[in-house]
Design a protein around this ligand. Structure first.
Ligand code: ADP
Ligand code: 5GP
Length: 201
């Protein structure tokens, strides 16, 4: 069985990564979204094991020492990490997996997993990015200005990625990502073969 594809969806805070990923999962039911571990307190509607695994900074640091993470980063004053074991077992089972992670984490995964496909989700404009960060309404004004500063810095990393998708309309961005997945699955280097020609040439 072919290994699953690891898809990194990253980009500045507030660009719409979570929103676009949810839309993508509606059109591609077979793909899974990796559940990260974080030390950030849960927001009202968030559920343990669905949105995140919520943990303490002490436990998180222990997990780092134990090598439990494929990548981890400190984002806006909290720790976030992708569990290594879950990623390995999903890919080994042939399942495609999305990592919705920040730019620091994305760069670590690009280094460790060269076969991963990386997509930088970009806002249609700087002004629109500001409006999305401000408009989400989940953060205090101090936290908003911190996220804006980080987002501007994160925009500069776009050139490290395989693809750039502009999140102008959510459905359009999700469709573009779905097309990228289709194209990647047609790559010979990723194991695509003419029907009946299974062997290596
Ligand atoms: P991220 O996960 O990148 O931090 P979110 O998915 O939480 O971003 O989106 C940030 C805000 O922007 C949310 O209020 C969301 O509804 C809004 N948003 C996302 N995509 C779009 C879009 N294409 N057009 C308008 N608003 C959007
Ligand atoms: P939020 O607190 O809004 O859920 O997420 C804040 C930021 O952390 C977002 O940019 C999100 O993509 C990123 N993030 C979520 N999980 C992970 C993870 O496991 N690793 C890294 N590096 N970033 C993550």
């Amino acid at each position: 069985m072919a290994e699953g594809m690891l898809l990194i969806i990253s980009g500045p805070s507030g660009v719409g990564k979570g929103t676009v990923c949810r839309s993508l999962l509606e059109i591609r039911e077979a793909i899974r979204l990796s559940v990260s571990t974080t030390t950030r307190p849960p927001r009202p509607a968030e559920r343990e094991g669905v949105d995140y695994y919520f943990t303490s900074p002490r436990r998180f640091k222990k997990m780092i020492e134990e090598g439990a993470f494929l990548e981890w980063a400190e984002v806006h004053g909290h720790y976030y990490g992708t569990g290594l074991e879950a990623v390995q077992s999903n890919l080994a089972a042939g399942e495609d997996l999305i990592l919705e992670i920040d730019v620091q984490g994305a760069v670590q995964v690009m280094d460790k997993v060269p076969a991963a496909v990386s997509i930088f989700l970009a806002p249609p404009s700087e002004k629109e990015l500001e409006e999305r960060i401000t408009g989400r309404g989940t953060e205090s004004s101090k936290k908003i200005s911190r996220r804006l500063t980080t987002a501007r810095r994160e925009m500069e990393s776009y050139h490290l990625y395989d693809y750039i998708v502009v999140n102008d309309q959510v459905e359009r961005a999700a469709e573009l990502i779905s097309s990228i997945i289709d194209a990647e699955k047609c790559r010979v280097s990723r194991g695509a073969r003419p029907p009946g020609w299974g062997g290596e040439k």
